[in-house]
Design a protein around this ligand. Structure first.
Ligand code: NAP
Length: 335
C-alpha cells in the first residue's frame, strides 16, 4: 500500500513510501482510509518537540474511512461501514493505565497517511450519518477532548465556559458547551476569528492581544464570578490567568502547551477558590463514541478551516505549525 512516511523530526522529511498490504487478524478490522485531520500533536512530532518517536513513522493520529475486511471474532461491524478508528485504540473506557496508553495512532503505531489501517475493531466508532469522511476525521483527538472538558465541568444552563483560542479543541468545546446550554466566552488573537466564534454561538469574546489582562475582563463580564470551566490550552503564557479567571469550585481543564509547558503557578487562588485543576490526555473510545452521539443528536457540524489532499500533507503541517492561521480544524483527504 501507499503511505506517507515521516522519516525524522522535520516537516521536510515527509515522503512517499510503500508498505506491505495489511491483513486483519482476530479482533481486527482493515480500514480503507479516506481522510485525516491534523492536531498540534502531529506538528510537535514533525518539529522535534515530542520525544521518543521511533522514526520513520506513518504519521497523523486522526482518521476516518470504511471497513474493507474483518478478522475473526468481530461482531457488530460489516464491510462498508463508515468508521472512525480511535487515537488510543487500547483504551476502551474508565481510567487510563500505562498499557492502554502504549498504542497511539500516528505516534507509536501506524497513523492515517496511508491507504489502509489495521486497527482493533473495539476501537471503532460509527461516523454520524450527517458527516463526510473529512468531517469525521476531525473527531478523535479534538472532539473527544472537548467533550471530556464539558462533561468534567458538568456544564449546564447556569454555567460559563471560557475557551482559550479558536483551534480545534476550543471550537468543538464551543459547540458542545452551547449544546449543554452554557454561556461561552471565547478568546482569540484575531477579531475576525472572534466574529466567526460568535456566529457559532459564542456569547462573549475577548481579544487576548488587545486585552492582555483578559482574566480581569472575564471577571468583569461575569460580574466577578468567573468561569466554571476554563479550557487551558496555552500553558506558560495563559495558566496563571486561567486560574484567576475561574469561578469558586470551577474547573481548569489543563490540556495544552501552545506557549510552553512551564508556567509559574500561584497556589493561593487555587486554594481560595477551591479549584479543580484537571489534567487530561485525550480520552478513551467510550468518550469518542459519546462525543459522536452528541454530534449526531445536535446536528453539530465540525468546523474545518481548510482541507488538503494527503499528497500535500506538508503544506497542511506548515499551516498548523505557523500557528494562528486557522480556525477550527485542518483536514486531509485521501485520493
Ligand atoms: N491533553 C489533551 O488531552 C489534548 C488534546 C488535544 C489537544 N491538546 C493540546 O491543546 C492545545 C490546543 O490544541 P488544538 O488542537 O486546539 O490546537 P490548534 O488547533 O493548533 O489551535 C491553537 C489555537 O490556540 C490559540 N493560541 C495559540 N497560542 C495561544 C496563546 N498563547 N494564548 C491563547 N491562545 C493561543 C490560537 O487561537 P487564535 O488564533 O484564535 O488566537 C491558535 O489558533 C495544544 O497544545 C494541543 O497539543 C491536548
Amino acid at each position: 500500500m501507499n503511505v506517507t512516511e515521516l522519516a525524522g523530526p522535520s516537516i521536510d522529511m515527509l515522503r512517499p513510501a510503500s508498505r506491505p498490504d495489511p491483513r486483519p487478524a482476530r479482533g481486527e478490522a482493515l480500514i480503507r482510509l479516506r481522510a485525516g485531520s491534523l492536531n498540534f500533536l502531529d506538528v510537535a512530532i514533525a518539529t522535534g518537540r515530542y520525544p521518543g518517536i521511533g522514526f520513520p513513522i506513518v504519521p497523523v493520529a486522526d482518521g476516518a474511512g470504511e471497513i474493507v475486511e474483518l478478522g475473526g471474532d468481530v461482531g457488530g461491524w460489516a464491510i462498508g461501514d463508515r468508521v472512525i478508528p480511535h487515537f488510543m485504540p487500547d483504551w476502551p473506557g474508565g481510567a487510563m493505565t500505562p498499557a492502554m496508553f502504549a498504542a497511539r495512532r500516528g505516534v507509536t503505531v501506524q497513523g492515517s497517511l496511508a491507504d489502509f489501517a489495521l486497527v482493533p475493531a473495539a476501537s471503532l466508532v460509527a461516523i454520524p450519518a450527517h458527516l463526510g469522511y473529512a468531517q469525521a476525521a476531525t473527531l478523535p483527538i479534538a472532539a473527544t477532548t472537548a467533550w471530556r472538558a464539558v462533561r468534567t465541568a458538568r456544564l449546564g444552563p447556569h454555567s460559563t465556559a471560557l475557551l482559550l483560542g479558536t483551534g480545534g479543541v476550543s471550537i468543538f468545546a464551543l459547540q458542545f458547551a452551547k449544546a449543554h446550554g452554557a454561556r461561552v466566552i471565547v478568546t482569540s488573537s484575531s477579531d475576525a476569528k472572534l466574529e466567526r466564534a460568535q456566529a457559532l454561538g459564542a456569547d462573549l469574546t475577548i481579544n487576548y492581544r488587545s486585552i492582555p489582562a483578559w482574566d480581569v475582563e472575564v471577571m468583569r463580564l461575569t460580574d466577578g464570578l468567573g468561569a466554571d470551566l476554563v479550557l487551558e490550552t496555552g500553558g506558560t503564557a495563559t495558566f496563571p490567568l486561567s486560574v484567576r479567571s475561574a469561578s469558586m469550585g470551577g474547573t481548569v481543564f489543563v490540556i495544552g502547551f501552545l506557549s510552553g509547558a512551564s508556567p509559574t503557578i500561584d497556589v493561593l487562588p487555587i486554594m481560595e477558590r477551591q479549584l479543580r485543576i484537571q489534567g487530561n490526555n485525550t480520552g478513551p473510545v467510550a468518550d469518542l463514541r459519546d462525543a459522536a452521539a452528541a454530534i449526531a443528536a445536535h446536528g453539530i457540524v465540525p468546523v474545518i478551516d481548510r482541507t488538503f489532499p494527503f499528497r500535500d500533507a506538508a503544506e497542511a503541517y506548515r499551516l498548523l505549525a505557523d500557528g494562528g492561521g486557522h480556525f477550527g480544524k485542518i483536514a486531509l483527504e485521501g485520493e
